[in-house]
Design a binder for this molecule. Structure first.
Ligand code: ZN
Length: 267
């Protein structure tokens, strides 16, 4: 069915992809503008308010370049609604890994099957990993932090940090530098620690496990924390700088559609 409103809609910025900080910043800007115009022409202000609200509803945001400037506007706030996750959000820094060697180790241990056309995860491995995820999702934060530290090679200290609704397991290399810290969202800690445990049962070398645990996020299709679908979408959110790979291409990631936790970034 033809719909003139449908043509105006930008699905990449609306529906479940709507960026709430951008929407709120736009609402406030339109509100200020409407207030100013109302001093001169009340009818004009009413029209502007209707067009403004319709525009934000259909297009996600109306003021051009909102995703670029909105992060600066909210900078003085005591929290950052745009980038809630500091640090690497994974047990292993992806740039340290040799992806091909990791996949070879996984194939040797029968965790994955590599063919020239496809990459499949072994069914019994997936079931064992799933069971371990369910077990870890049920334990408390402190217990999860201790378990996570036991599979993370370069960690000297661990802490649990809460920020709004998010809980982070903060791993530290013992230095005071922020670069030596890894902030894992709780669901990521559950997925990667469970993967590391299951990889150990399958005989994968302990040095490879953290990288392999991160790589396995590729096969996750259900979020262990909220039960949402994990699907592929752009790695960056709507606001802030887009995340690009070495040759400038936009990075894709596997993320939970409901809680927006990111489980794997395609490098
Ligand atoms: Zn989720």
């Amino acid at each position: 069915m033809y719909s003139p409103l449908g043509r105006l809609r930008r699905p990449e910025f609306t529906g479940d992809r709507r960026c709430w900080p951008c929407t709120v910043v736009n609402g406030i800007l339109i509100g200020l503008l409407v207030g100013g115009v109302a001093l001169v022409t009340p009818l004009g202000a009413t029209l502007l308010a209707v067009v403004g609200c319709l525009g934000i509803w259909l297009r996600g945001y109306l003021v051009p370049y909102t995703p670029r400037f909105a992060p600066y506007l909210v900078k003085p706030l005591p929290w950052d609604p745009f980038h809630a996750t500091p640090g690497s959000d994974s047990l292993a820094a992806a740039e340290d890994a040799d992806g091909a060697a990791v996949m070879e180790a996984l194939a040797e241990a029968d965790v994955v099957r590599l063919t020239p056309e496809s990459l499949e995860l072994d069914n019994s491995f997936y079931e064992a990993w799933q069971a371990e995820m369910e077990r870890l999702a049920a334990v408390g934060n402190e217990k999860l932090a201790d378990t996570t530290v036991s599979v993370s090679p370069a960690t000297a200290a661990v802490d649990v940090h809460r920020s709004g609704e998010q809980t982070y397991i903060v791993l530290s290399d013992g230095s005071t530098s922020i670069a030596g810290e890894t902030w894992l969202r709780r669901p990521v800690a559950v997925v990667e620690t469970a993967a590391a445990h299951t990889l150990a049962e399958w005989g994968v070398d302990s040095a490879v496990r953290p990288f392999a645990a991160h790589a396995l996020g590729l096969f996750l299709d259900t979020c262990p924390e909220c039960g949402g679908d994990v699907t592929e979408r752009p790695a960056s959110g709507c606001c802030g700088p887009p995340e690009r790979g070495p040759s400038g291409e936009l990075l894709q990631a596997r993320m939970c559609e409901s809680c927006h936790v990111r489980y794997h970034v395609f490098e």
